[in-house]
Design a protein around this ligand. Structure first.
Ligand SMILES: [Zn+2]
Length: 572
């Protein structure tokens, strides 16, 4: 050990001294007081965190990471300062591409399952920074429209983990140039932190008389305004109890608020008209949302991002977006999502987010037709196919995490894949039955993972165990359909009957539409094809069939290139 410490001093790195397990501790509690100083782009944080050792071995050291633009000031336990070494740690989990990591020597070893409470202090600036993107070749302008987080005099908008580590985290490094690294790291963190309690008190004060800024976070917070002589103090308390898969975010600017019965829009004074278009879009989609998901329990919240090119961000019932002159149809699609959240609470991400994305597709259908809806869903498809590939490539050991819809913390699954699952259920059960299922859902009664299956089976009188097994309780990848054979025969003078055998090469089953085309028309029938199995469907057509197509894209499938089958025309 003596030799080791000498080496360490030489290398100015303590990390190599002992094996540091960065993911040993789960942060179970955050209680943070955050002061925002927009003129200096600064943030100063004091508070306490509780760490629980979730590893199998006792831990003497803990890693605490914050954005590299922030600096550790103090770390204490039981009123006594702790020894810590602060070092830069490269990781793309933060927009700067680097973290300030404090490696803390704990007062005593924390046994597996044991906890330690730390009082912490850190501060620094949060300025526009897209280093993690520009260093992998993203042009600066595009990068800043994606990594738009900053505290600034004009407007502040800061998202949490995955964008800005403005509260402490502890993770192995994520690297954007290694395909799936950020995806996996972020997923692991959200998984670990789902049950954490986070209480944040945001505060701001000024004496310059420059208007009253609005301070908001993406969790029903209470805002307080206090005027003491010339000093105006604004604070907001945000409680994420538990955190779930939410990414805590805050915004502050001299917004005006357009307060409507269904939606609240925080906008720049000069964008009043744009804000009104959002409110109008909310009114337009309200009946649709009500019909599917019931009456909203809270207002949807839209907050303007000052960069007109910024990519929107959504968490909880808050949508952060530039308020441009957007096509009213697109605004409606955006509002359908937020109002679905407002109307349909659930602690299960695949239900909460999956339904909100599903609702957008269903509304797209109402604006256009089924093809428009399938085009919309199609935007999610490649993300799921890529995510399934990542999971399939994981080593298959005991520690391998299964990304089932009920357990996953990965966006691509609980949002995109779940949207398809709801769409497939709608096609299988019919719209009316699915609406009845949703109307019978009570989020406070959703205690076990089979709750939704029971509701579905009660309304549809169908046994859908296989479907829930393949899509919800497990991640069995995606189906891959092909038409194995099609045998047409003339049944009568003006009637042909074609027998189509559909094969599913994938390990997840589905009920899939089979379309038979003939001169002047087409007919579609549905067939249930289980995993690694075949299904047969017979379709009567008035003319000889020319082509068979399996899957109109409504079923999420890994390979859509083998779905068309040409029927050979036989000489009479
Ligand atoms: Zn959402």
């Amino acid at each position: 050990m003596k030799f080791c410490s000498v080496v360490c001093v030489l290398l100015v790195s303590v990390v190599s001294c002992f094996s540091l397990d960065r993911e040993a501790f789960t942060f179970t509690k955050y209680d943070l007081d955050v002061r925002i100083e927009p003129e200096q782009q600064r943030l100063a944080v004091r508070g306490t965190i509780v760490l629980r050792n979730d590893s199998a071995t006792p831990q003497r050291n803990a890693s605490l990471q914050i954005s590299s633009s922030l600096t550790w000031r103090s770390i204490q336990a039981a009123g006594k300062p702790l020894q810590f070494v602060s070092q830069p740690y490269e990781s793309d989990i933060d927009h700067t591409g680097e973290l300030s990591e404090a490696i803390v020597t704990l007062p005593k070893e924390v046994a597996p399952g044991g906890t330690v409470e730390l009082a912490i202090g850190y501060e620094g600036v949060i300025a526009l920074d897209a280093t993690r993107l520009t260093r992998i070749g993203v042009p600066k302008e595009a990068a800043l429209h994606s990594d738009w987080d900053q505290i600034s005099k004009q407007s502040s908008a800061v998202r949490g983990v995955g964008n800005v580590a403005w509260y402490p985290i502890a993770e192995e490094a994520a690297n954007l140039s290694e395909g799936n690294s950020l995806f996996e790291t972020l997923g692991r963190w959200k998984q670990r932190e789902q049950n954490a309690d986070m209480r944040i008190k945001l505060g701001y004060s000024n004496d310059d008389g420059n208007g009253v800024p609005i301070l908001l976070c993406n969790q029903a917070g209470t805002a307080l305004y206090e005027q003491m002589s010339r000093v105006l103090a604004v604070s907001a308390e945000c409680q994420f109890v538990p955190l779930g898969l939410r990414v805590p975010a805050f915004v502050m600017a001299n917004y005006e608020i357009l307060n409507q019965p269904t939606v609240e829009v925080a906008h720049r004074p000069e964008h009043r008209l744009n804000a009104e278009s959002y409110a109008k879009a909310a009114d337009t989609v309200m009946p649709f949302v009500g019909e599917w998901f019931g009456t909203p329990r809270e207002k949807a919240q839209v907050v303007e991002l000052f960069d007109p090119g910024a990519s929107p961000f959504e968490s909880g019932a808050m949508l952060l977006t530039p308020l441009g002159d957007t096509d009213p149809k697109l605004l409606q699609i955006a509002l359908v999502h937020e109002l679905t959240h407002a109307a349909f609470p659930s602690n299960r991400p695949w239900i909460y987010e999956g339904l909100a994305h599903f609702a957008q597709a269903a509304y797209r259908e109402r604006q256009g037709n089924r093809q428009s809806a399938l085009d919309f869903l199609g935007l999610h498809r490649s993300a799921v196919v890529a995510a399934e590939k990542v999971v399939a490539e994981r080593p298959k050991d005991a520690s391998a995490q299964e990304e089932s819809l009920i357990a996953t913390s990965v966006d691509e699954f609980y949002r995109s894949k779940a949207a398809y699952v709801w769409w497939m259920l709608r096609d299988m059960l019919g719209e009316d039955t699915l609406k009845k299922v949703l109307a019978s859902y009570r989020f406070d009664e959703d205690k076990d993972s089979a709750y939704v299956q029971r509701l579905v089976e009660a309304q549809s009188k169908r046994n859908l165990q296989w479907f829930f097994d393949d899509w919800v309780y497990h991640d069995r990848g995606l189906p891959d359909f092909r038409v194995e054979s099609a045998f047409p025969r003339k049944a009568s003078q003006d009637n042909y009957l074609v027998t189509v055998t559909v094969e599913n090469l994938g390990a997840a089953g589905a009920e899939v539409p089979v379309t038979v085309r003939f001169e002047g028309g087409e007919l579609t029938q549905r067939v249930e094809v289980h995993a690694k199995a075949k299904g047969v469907v017979r379709v009567a057509t008035p003319k000889p069939p020319t082509e068979i197509v399996v899957n109109d894209r409504s079923v999420l499938e890994s390979d859509m290139s083998n779905n068309v089958y040409k029927v050979e025309s036989r000489k009479p």
